[in-house]
Design a protein around this ligand. Structure first.
Ligand code: PDD
Length: 281
């Protein structure tokens, strides 16, 4: 039985209960973070927390994440994940429990803070080396997707559409531009240049995305952050997605058509190997 964190307590998951009046349940009025840990070491923890604080400020949820690292470490320990190759902590903060109204509840309402930890499995090198398929779908999300809101209905529907068509990720398209995946960021390689949408309000500012940009630059690759049209993306030499659990995922088919020569490309492979060497050190 896993041990979860709920409002200051560590308890068995089946004992953790939340009110039906919770604004997360009724209104999706909350935020989340997913942070990876490799053999007990959190990856870029501070960046996850900075993103969380930015979201809390934007939503005006009054929560001070002062003991947050301690809580993350304890969840790993409670669940015996400290030596695990790769694990995640999922953290969710909602505006708390109050009778349903659209406007904010009374000032004294406390946020609901919930977190759990689990391991995550990476694909073996053979599977990874075969690459993956993605489809394109319209981006039906709200205008502030840089805020990691728990309101994920368009992402859920997009991801399910991908699965239903035998793919693993949906690439979200708005006004003819490819922005990101349903739960990951996207990169294209054009004439060897590693390219991704700029960190605007139209994408989540992914922690792995930032790390890959830095690693690519350190490796001497040319990197540019600029919008990418769907038509251009269809002609990319390589496409890959990045995210906390996806890490670096090569896409070799987009909407059923091969990307480049239909094989995992050298840029994607080099970046994944480098990323692995950093996190598995
Ligand atoms: N998803 N874009 C979207 C829409 C995401 O949901 C995510 C992460 C990312 C990648 O961000 P990061 O590199 O910080 O994980 C980009 C998480 C993992 C999830 O929803 O489970």
């Amino acid at each position: 039985m896993s041990v979860v964190y709920l409002n200051g307590e560590y308890l068995n998951k089946d004992l953790a209960t939340v009110s039906v009046d919770d604004r997360g349940f009724l209104l999706a009025d909350g935020l989340y973070e997913v942070t990876s840990a490799y053999k007990g070491n959190f990856f870029r923890f501070e960046q996850h927390i900075q993103r969380l604080i930015r979201g809390l400020d934007f939503l005006r949820i009054n929560y001070d994440p002062v003991d947050i690292l301690e809580m993350h470490l304890r969840l790993l320990a409670e669940n015996k994940l400290e030596d695990q190759e790769a694990s995640i902590v999922y953290l969710q903060i909602t505006r708390g429990v109050a009778p349903r109204t659209h406007c904010f509840p009374p000032e004294e309402t406390l946020p609901t803070v919930y977190a759990f930890a689990r391991d995550f499995k990476r694909p073996d090198s053979k599977r990874w080396g075969q690459g993956y398929a993605a489809i394109t779908v319209p981006d039906n999300r709200w205008g502030r997707v840089d805020i990691k809101s728990i309101a994920l209905l368009p992402n859920v529907l997009a991801q399910q559409e991908a699965i239903d068509s035998g793919a693993i990720e949906a690439l979200l398209v708005k006004d003819g531009m490819v922005l990101e995946g349903s739960h990951s960021n996207v990169f294209g390689v054009f004439n060897g240049v590693v390219t991704t949408h700029p960190a605007t309000h139209e994408i989540l500012h992914g922690v792995v995305r930032g790390s890959i940009i830095e690693l690519a630059q350190k490796m001497g690759m040319a990197v540019i952050e600029r919008p990418i049209a769907l038509d251009e993306m269809r002609g990319a030499e390589e496409i890959f997605f990045t995210g906390t659990t996806a890490e670096v995922r090569p896409t070799v088919y987009l909407d059923g058509c091969p990307v480049g020569d239909g094989k995992v490309g050298p840029v994607t492979k080099a970046l994944y190997d480098k990323f692995r060497s950093v996190v598995d050190k």
